[in-house]
Every structure is written in C-alpha cells, then in structure tokens.
Design a binder for this molecule. Structure first.
Ligand code: ITT
Length: 204
C-alpha cells in the first residue's frame, strides 16, 4: 500500500516539477502517492508573511498538514537578484503587484536591471522545501546561481525561467528540456536533499 503525500501548492508548474523530481529521486515504486490540493478538503490559503523562503515553506506545509492530516510538502521559491539586495526574493510571485502574472513580474524585473551591465546581473533561484508530518518538521534548500538575460528566451518552464541563465550554461532554464532543468535547478536540488526524509515516511 502506498503512503499519500500532499503537495500543498496552487502552482500547477511547481506540482508538475515536484512529481517528476520525486519519481526520479525515489524511483517509480517509491511507495508514495502524490496528491494535490484538489484531492483534499478545501482549507483557507495561509498568509505567506514569513521573512525567509524557509518560514513561508513551513507556513504552507503546516497549513496543509493540519487541514488534511497527510504528510505535506510545500515549496517556497523565487529569484534573488544581487543588485536589488536579493529581491524579489520571497516577493517573487507578487513582484508586479497582487494578481500580476508571470509575464508582468518578469518584465518589471527586466526593467529594474535594464541599466545594469552583464557582469553585475547576478542572482539565483532559491527553493525551500518543507515537509511536515506526525513528528516530522524539516526544510531543505536548493539554489542555482546564474545571471539575468536582457530579453526573455525560451518557451519551457514557467515564471522567471525565460530570463535566467544558469552559470556555465548558454541557454536559459526556459530553453532547457525538463530533464536538463531538473538536473541543475533549485527545486531539483531541494527535492534530492529531501529524498531521505521522504523514504523514511514510507518506512515509518
Ligand atoms: P504556491 O505558494 O501555491 O506554491 P506560488 O506560485 O505563489 O505557489 P511562491 O509563493 O513560492 O509560489 O512563488 C514562487 C515565485 O517564484 C513565482 O513567481 C514563480 O514564478 C517563481 N519561481 C519559482 N520557481 C521557479 C522556477 O523553477 N522557474 C521560474 N520561476 C520560478
């Protein structure tokens, strides 16, 4: 019998990546069944008022666990740009204002660094992945360093992918295949760091 794990996210792209990454890290017979918010009774979206990715990931994971009783994974992630003092950071999803979509967020960020020369356009994608279950509260962090492009490139991925060029690559994460992005991404690294805790759930 498999153990259900809730991925508490309203972002379909994240959920798709998490499913893929968990299957890859733990194998097809992981003993885990990943379910999403539509599979559990509705509960109010928690306020993400933490100051760090880790705090927000825990807020989301605790809300999912309390509402569903299922071991719950939650991801809080975003892009941190050095010349903007590591912003948008935890505000990445709402950078161009509440309700603004990925395209508006990305365009605003590009405008904000439009006068910054290539060597100083550095930043990183960060993912804090929290797992909350009975007797378990743990967070793993994954980071990928890179630079911002001057124009969006590529159709894959989501969010800020079209303007993020990972170090030592010539393609943005939106120009990479899913497998290429997974191998180096912040989320890939966080899921692989969390894998032993997920395996322990099956054994417990
Ligand atoms: P949930 O809180 O429901 O999981 P969300 O989309 O609101 O969904 P966050 O608050 O963690 O999630 O915001 C993440 C932001 O960072 C959002 O703007 C994403 O587009 C961006 N982001 C996160 N991971 C990314 C990735 O792999 N590639 C591109 N952009 C990413």
């Amino acid at each position: 019998m498999s153990r259900k794990v809730l991925v508490a996210s309203g972002n379909a792209h994240k959920i798709e990546e998490m499913r893929r990454l968990i299957a890859e890290s733990l194998g097809p017979d992981s003993g885990l069944e990943i379910v999403g918010l539509p599979d559990v009774p509705a509960y109010p979206e928690p306020v993400e008022d933490g100051r760090t990715f880790e705090e927000n990931a825990l807020i989301k994971a605790w809300a999912g666990f309390k509402a569903s009783g299922l071991p719950t994974l939650a991801d809080d992630s975003g892009i941190a740009v050095d010349v903007l003092n590591e912003m948008p950071g935890v505000r990445s999803a709402r950078w161009a204002g509440p309700g603004a979509g990925d395209e508006a967020n990305l365009q605003l960020l590009l405008r904000q660094v439009s006068d910054v020369e290539a060597p100083r356009r550095t930043g990183r994608f960060v993912c804090a992945l929290a797992l909350v279950a009975d007797g378990v509260e743990t967070v793993a962090r994954g980071v990928v360093e890179g630079v911002l492009t001057t124009e969006p490139r590529g159709e894959n991925g989501f969010g800020y992918d079209p303007i993020f060029l990972p170090d030592s690559f010539e393609r943005t994460t939106a120009e990479m295949s899913a497998e290429e992005k997974d191998a180096i991404s912040h989320r890939g690294r966080a899921v692989r760091a969390m894998a032993p805790n997920l395996e322990a759930l099956v054994e417990s």
